[in-house]
Structures are given as C-alpha cells and as structure tokens.
Design a protein around this ligand. Sequence first.
Ligand code: CP
Ligand code: NVA
Length: 302
Amino acid sequence: MKHLLKMLDLSKDEIIEILNLADQLKYELKHNIPHKKLEGKSLGMIFQKASTRTRVSFETGMYQLGGNPLFLSANDLQIGRGEPVQDTARVLSRYLDGIMIRTFAQKEVEDLAEYGSIPIINGLTDFCHPCQVLADLMTVREFKQQFDGLKMCYIGDGNNMANSLIVGGLKVGMKVSVACPENYRPAKEVLDFANGNPDFFMTDKPIEAAVDADVIFTDVWTSMGQEAERAAREKAFAGYQVNDELLSAAHADCMVQHCLPAHREEEITEKVFEAHANEIFEEAENRLHAQKAVMVLTMAGN
Ligand code: CP
Ligand code: NVA
C-alpha cells in the first residue's frame, strides 16, 4: 500500500491486511513485545483542524514503532500563508518518510500524494475519515468476530464518516443501511459506488435503517468547518438520534459506535452513550493500533 487517501482506494484484501496487522500490534503492545518497525523514520503530521484522538494516537503510535513524529500546525507552516501544496509536498518529501494530514479539501491530500514522493495518510478531510473507519471495522470484528452477515447502520449527517463507513462496510461484506435527511446525503462518488449493491439501503427514516442492525454508528450533526450552519443543522437533524427507541428496532446485542467527540442529547443520548461506553472507548483505542498498521504498511518498506 502506497498511501491511505480514502477507503474507495482500498481493496477488501488490503483492508483485511491492515486489520490483521492492527490486531497483531495491539497484542504485541499489550504483551510488551517490542515492535519498533519504523526505527529512524519521521512522520510529519499536518493539522488544519483540531484533534484529540488523531494527533495523540499518531504521535504515540509513531513513538511506539521507534520513529519520530512531528506535529506541524498549519498555523505555523507556510502552507497556512499560501505556499502551494505542490511545493510543500516536494520539500517535505526530502526530509520525512511519511505525512499524515488533516485538512478540509480532499484535493489537498490527493495533491500531496501526487507531488510528493513519500506515503500520505489522510487524517480526515471534509470528504472522508479512513483512519477512523479502519479502527471502526477493527472494533466491530473484535466484538462480533466476523463481518459476514452483519448489518451496519449509520444515522445522521452524510458527512466524512458516512462516506467512509458506507465504502468500508460494503467492501468487507457487511450490509449497510443509512438514514440521512434528504439534503444531507453522502457524497455522489460514494453513492455511485454503493447504489446497485443489494447490501446497501438508504432512507430518511432512522427507524427503518436501524431494523435488525448489529452495529449502529452516528456522528455529530455539525462537523468541523460547518459551525456557521449549526442552527439550520439542529433543525434538520432533530430526530436523527441514537436513543433507546431506535435501538429497540435493532438486534438485542447491537453495538453502538461513535468516532467522538460526541454531543450528548443531540446525535446520541447520554443513556445510550454510557450503556455502550465500553465499545465506544475501545473504538477510540483502536485508532492507535489501526494507524500503526497503516504506518507500517506504507512506510516500513521505503
Ligand atoms: N475521531 C477523531 O478523529 O477524533 P479527533 O478529532 O479528536 O482526532
Ligand atoms: N464529522 C466530524 C468527525 C470528527 C472526528 C468532523 O469532521 O468534524
């Protein structure tokens, strides 16, 4: 695997390879088995948006792999003052062994990969969040042992999380149902990928999507960068909430997942969140293991 730019680029075999290595690295970490597979390598981490999990899990993960993580805030880089991404890519490729970037436009990530000569890892764009979804798939497999026959449901905004979950869920062989308001649907290229697949179902009614679900995902109504739309979004998403009523439509042992940060009593009730906190925080932990696998698979051989 050269880069991790979006889930659409990965084959099922590549996803399973990442998840298997992530499981192995998690085991090794828990058993104090050293796995310094990136000794002497440096990862630049460019952040144009806030982060808790992504920053800390990449930074710690790189350290555990024996490498050197560099936190690069866009506020401090020349990229924040308009230096073209094409130039940033060619310069950083001469110092670093890989770049993780969190930004707005997917094109910026794709441009880094095109103009640079080192692996690029997408740490979230407005279009997608592949690192999160790899951790999500890892968590589902950890709790349910397999993907075959499982139904994944997503409730809420057709945003970066929805875009990545739909693609990731279908690629590993799950049924995927999505409930979004009409004007907040997933991206066209994701629907082009999913439509026509008999395992994909989309509705604007959350209860319909939740029927017989084995795992329910949700995400914030207002993503980073959309703060000015908050009031309109609160109106549009009222009713798109993971609560006890919604869960009563799902299987009794249905998991609940949330990429975090969560807004209690908006997209998820406090009660459901706390009842499923164990699964949700395992999901957050798995960011570390899944991203270490991605870093090893993209950076170790170079
Ligand atoms: N889920 C996630 O990406 O969290 P951060 O925004 O804290 O990195
Ligand atoms: N959809 C959210 C995910 C945060 C991890 C956002 O983009 O802000």
